[in-house]
Structures are given as structure tokens and as C-alpha cells.
Design a protein around this ligand. Structure first.
Ligand SMILES: Nc1ncnc2c1ncn2[C@@H]1O[C@H](COP(=O)(O)OP(=O)(O)OP(=O)(O)O)[C@@H](O)[C@H]1O
Ligand SMILES: [Mg+2]
Length: 264
């Protein structure tokens, strides 16, 4: 890690991931500065989800390091990483189908802070007060994502777009400092996508750093402070949306998918 990288920056350095003979990621190096929306883009199979898996401890890299707050995340478990505030959502929605919307978020709040919750109970000597606090926090999160009117619905009966919002609410309940979103707008209609964009900005404005993987280039170009471009497991460019749109290597990597798409 270079001396210039602040302690609260997430820094991926020289990471490689091998699956048998396939080098899914090679020599991947990039930073996610605190307080920004950084997007990780690249064609299908470029290594974006694999990068998320490495950062959040679901996969050990073959080599390299991921540091955050002075810790090497590649040495920690998924739950230790989440407790440090590095929290993800999945490319496919994962929710508790049989739970209500409200209970899903309350459960996610409980999972986060077992120690914190018990500590608070001991301090206040009141389970009821602590339960009140958690319920208020769940309501606040559901209000933020726009599901406050769906509290009592069973999660499995929500529309697809609402299920994506619930998955996001559950990730927010884990109290992220950095939130990694894997294709949050996949399968959403244009108005849902627009709302999701505003929501991501609102999350950033609450002080949560966002690392976004997304194929919707209009969304990426509109909301990113910075973009990192992967191709064949390597970072080929990094910069502002304007720099990336005009970068010859990026244009070349995306030619197969249509450049007009990149320019939104
Ligand atoms: N568990 C695994 N075992 C073997 N190969 C894998 C595994 N996970 C990913 N790969 C391969 O690694 C490469 C990168 O995959 P990855 O899922 O990270 O791509 P991606 O950029 O997220 O693509 P997409 O945009 O389609 O989601 C691909 O060639 C993929 O087939
Ligand atoms: Mg992926």
C-alpha cells in the first residue's frame, strides 16, 4: 500500500485469482476512496463479481492483498469483513422469502450487532428499549429505500424491483462503511432504475462509500465519481466518467457490445 492511500480507503493491490487453468483476475490494483461512488465496469466475464468475492472474503485470491483500515481483508472471514463495514449485495437477489419486509430488516439488524445489541441491553438493562431502537432503525432504512408502505408484506410476494430494494435494505442494516452493489439495476425497468440511481446517491450522501458493478452505462456515467474498467481480469483504465468515455482502450474493449451503449 502506498503512503498516499488513506487508512479508510479500500485498496486492492496486485490481486490474482486462478480457477484451475483460468486466470480470472490478474494483477488487479485499484483504490476506492472514502465517500465516493466508484463503479467497476467491464464486459461479461471480466472479473467484476470475482473481485467482489475477493474483497468480501467469499474467495481467497491466489496472490495479492486487499486492505481496509490497516487490515488485510484476505486474512479475515466474511463476517469479520462485514463487521469492519465492508458489506455487499449479490448479483442474484437473496432475501428471506417467508419473512415480512419489516422482520427481514430487523433480523439483519440483529445479525449485525449481536455483541453491540447485548452490550446495549446490559447498559440500559432494557430489552424493550433496545427492541424499540432496532424497530426505529428498521423503519428509517425502509423509508430510505422506499419500502415503508410495504412493511407487513411477505418478502416473497414483493415485485422483483421491490425484492432488489429489500436486499439493499438488508445490506444497509449491516451498517456498511463501504457498500458493494453487484448489478443492482439488472432487470429493473427505466423508472425503477432511475429511483435506484437516486437511492445510491442518497446512500453516498449519508457518508457510505459505494463500489458499484453495473452494466447500465447511463447509470454508471451519471452517478460515478470514478470508474475502474476491467477487461479479461485486468484493470485497463481508471478515471472520471468523461475520461473513461474517451479512453481508446475502453472503446476497444466495448466495441463488441456497442459503443453507443457506453456513451449512454
Ligand atoms: N467459481 C468459479 N469457478 C470457475 N470459474 C469461475 C468461477 N467464478 C467465475 N469464474 C470465471 O471467472 C471469470 C470472471 O467471472 P466473473 O463472474 O467475475 O465475471 P463478471 O465480470 O462478474 O461477469 P458478468 O458481467 O457476466 O457478471 C469468468 O471467465 C468466469 O467464468
Ligand atoms: Mg458478475
Amino acid at each position: 500500500m502506498s503512503a498516499a492511500v488513506a487508512l479508510d480507503t479500500l485498496a486492492v493491490s496486485q490481486v490474482a485469482v486462478r480457477f484451475g487453468g483460468l486466470l480470472a483476475i490478474s494483477e488487479m490494483t485499484f483504490d476506492v476512496p472514502q465517500g465516493q461512488i466508484v463503479s467497476l465496469i467491464g464486459p461479461n466475464g471480466a472479473g467484476k463479481t470475482t473481485a467482489f468475492n475477493v474483497i468480501t472474503g467469499f474467495l481467497r485470491p491466489s496472490s495479492g492483498r486487499v486492505s481496509y483500515k490497516g487490515r488485510d481483508l484476505t486474512k479475515l472471514s466474511t463476517s469479520e469483513i462485514a463487521l469492519l463495514g465492508v458489506v455487499r449485495t449479490f448479483q442474484r437477489t437473496s432475501i428471506f422469502n417467508a419473512c415480512t419486509v419489516f422482520d427481514s430488516v430487523v433480523t439483519a439488524l440483529h445479525l449485525r450487532g449481536r455483541a453491540e445489541v447485548f452490550g446495549a441491553i446490559i447498559r440500559s438493562a432494557s430489552v424493550v428499549a433496545e427492541e424499540h431502537r432496532l424497530r426505529a432503525e428498521a423503519e428509517d432504512i425502509l423509508h430510505l429505500v422506499g419500502l415503508a408502505h410495504r412493511l407487513d408484506e411477505v418478502a416473497g410476494t414483493l415485485s422483483y424491483g421491490e425484492q432488489r430494494l429489500l436486499a439493499l435494505a438488508m445490506a444497509l442494516a449491516a451498517d456498511p462503511k463501504i457498500l458493494l452493489l453487484d448489478e443492482p439495476a439488472a432487470g429493473l425497468n427505466p423508472s425503477e432504475t432511475q429511483k435506484f440511481m437516486e437511492l445510491i446517491r442518497a446512500i453516498r450522501d449519508r457518508g457510505i462509500t459505494v463500489l458499484l458493478v453495473e452494466h447500465d452505462m447511463h447509470m454508471v456515467m451519471s452517478i460515478s465519481d470514478r470508474i475502474v474498467v476491467l477487461n479479461n481480469g485486468q484493470m485497463i483504465a481508471g478515471g472520471t466518467p468523461l475520461e473513461i468515455q474517451n479512453h481508446p482502450d475502453v472503446i476497444r474493449a466495448y466495441l463488441g457490445e456497442g459503443l453507443t451503449n457506453v456513451k449512454g
